[in-house]
Design a protein. Structure first.
Length: 220
């Protein structure tokens, strides 16, 4: 940092030395480890993409959390009660009346995310629906909405709706959920490095400010 020559010709003012710190939060959307649950309604996406869920007001959010279940109305839903959307854009209804089920068991096909119900007798299955998987031109433009939900900001672009394994969408893994992709050891090391850099920069600013103040006092 250099000092202006005008300081040697008489000080008429003092420029304030300042520093700004810009802090951003980036989300790592890379696929986390697979956690097998054995629950038919639990799914994860191996690769790019998000599930679509719709709340009671019809608002659509996006999530990679596939901890789904069948609710009391027979719809596939997340833990918040939002209904999971199928490839046709409508909520997936597994059973019209869960108290009098049509199917004896259910299965989600690996890769495609097609949902099948097994009819009584165990030899015939029926296609109930297919999970929708959406990708974005810029997924970094997604905005957190709490409870592992996201909605697209202006920079995310329009969602590209597809199904598992089609286009840029990743494959569906059934009977499993996605674990956290955070490496705690790595993040702790990064935090120590950032803290050290911050401390060093703070001391540099403080030293420069003290030198500038001393110089101004000498000129006076």
């Amino acid at each position: 940092m250099g000092l202006s020559n005008s300081m040697y010709n008489g000080v008429s003012g003092l420029n304030t030395l300042s520093a700004s710190v810009h802090i951003g939060v980036a989300t790592d959307f890379s696929t986390g480890p697979t956690t097998q649950t054995g629950t038919w309604s639990n799914v994860m996406i191996q690769g790019n993409g998000f599930f679509s869920v719709q709340d009671a007001n019809g608002v659509v959010n996006y999530t990679r959390d596939g901890s789904f279940r069948m609710d009391s109305n027979g719809y596939l839903s997340n833990t918040e009660g939002d209904q999971v959307l199928g490839s046709d854009g409508n909520p997936i209804q597994i059973e019209a009346d869960p108290t009098a089920p049509v199917y004896t068991s259910y299965n989600i096909e690996k890769g495609t995310g097609k949902i099948y119900g097994t009819l009584p007798g165990g030899t015939t299955t029926a296609l109930i629906g297919t999970l929708r998987v959406s990708t974005f031109p810029n997924q970094e433009g997604l905005i957190r909405n709490g409870n592992n939900l996201y909605y697209p900001g202006a920079s995310a672009g329009s969602p590209i709706d597809s199904t598992g394994g089609v286009g840029q969408a990743g494959d569906i893994v059934a009977g499993a959920i996605e674990g956290s992709n955070v490496d705690l050891g790595k993040e702790m090391v990064n935090m120590i490095i950032y803290q050290s850099d911050y401390t060093a920069n703070s001391k540099s600013i403080e030293t420069a400010n003290n030198m500038l103040t001393t110089l101004v006092n000498i000129v006076r």
